[in-house]
Design a protein around this ligand. Sequence first.
Ligand code: LMR
Length: 394
Amino acid sequence: MFELLASFPADPILKLMGEYQADPRAHKIDLGVGVYKNEQGETPVLKAVKIAEERLLASESTKSYVGPAGNVEFNTLLSAELLGQHHSALAANRVKAIQTPGGCGALKALADLVARTKAGATIYVSNPTWANHEAIFSGSGLTVAYYDYYDKTNSQLTFDAMMKDLEQAGAGDLVLVHGCCHNPCGADLSLDQWQEFANLANKNGFTPFIDVAYQGFGANLETDAAGLRLVAEQCNEVLIAASCSKNFGLYRERTGLAMLITQDEAASNRALSQLLAATRANYSMPPSHGASVVAEILSSELRDLWIDELAAMHGRISGLRKALNQALKARGADNFDFIEEQKGMFSFLGLSESQVERLKSEYAIYMVGSSRVNIAGISSANLAYLADSIVAVL
Ligand code: LMR
């Protein structure tokens, strides 16, 4: 049956990962896939995670199924971490959350829920957005539309154009916004802009859908969640997909949360039943390990250690943003201040595809074709070489 099936092009980020691994050059630099790295270029298991794992190893008594919604304690604790413990939506029982296989699984589960509610519903995503958003949403039969978000030439957010585009979004449509640390451009909404966004959602009736994969990487847990908390406070219906890949370093454990907020408790129960029916048909139940680790951390004194480790990751990334800008300035390239101002792991360098290709082929420096760089791939050992190479292709 597959004789006539054409090959599907590889995902650009995953393809780049393979190319980097196969490159024998010792001085190669990986600024591709969004994985945090320390000064040694490693992605170590967090100390809080290791300790939680030791405890689980000693205490786990069964490998029986976790149940369709996954680890209920994880769902409660992570929801509180995202919304803040005393959020009005939590108090009104308008929030339901399930554990999912990664943030990607959360996006897919919520997209399937939307499709069950309104087949072919339109979801507006930012231009640009994470490479996999369109595939996930169109895979669930949703109609993907784009709103203007970022001006690559001037390296800045285009908020007015965003709001103008979103005037078209109405009841029954969704608008996806990155909760913080926008992937790929690193430019986030200010709190005032979140407020304007929430006002527009309420005026036009569209449903905000927030993808939050980097809580703690922009500033801290509270500041990075301020926008989503505001929207969840002021809008009747909100969908949130959260990932523990980056902030708990649990990438391969596929640990995420799909959260839905509706106008009242009865509606949230009905929507939850549909969400669970969708995931049952997809993967039945989520894996246990990552969520058990997160639950152990968030429910014990390990939370303080985790917050310290998260702050260290954030501090390293902010330091690297500054160092890269200064290194480029020192070489006469003085229009990279935006790198220092943006948040999270990613920024566009603003290079052309041919410049990106030259950096890969001539200098063994790997970044996504759009010139998105993972700032965490920089270290004091490769910074000067990286800055020299960028300036050489400018
Ligand atoms: C990225 O954007 O590089 C990460 O979110 C990893 C991925 O799955 O694409």
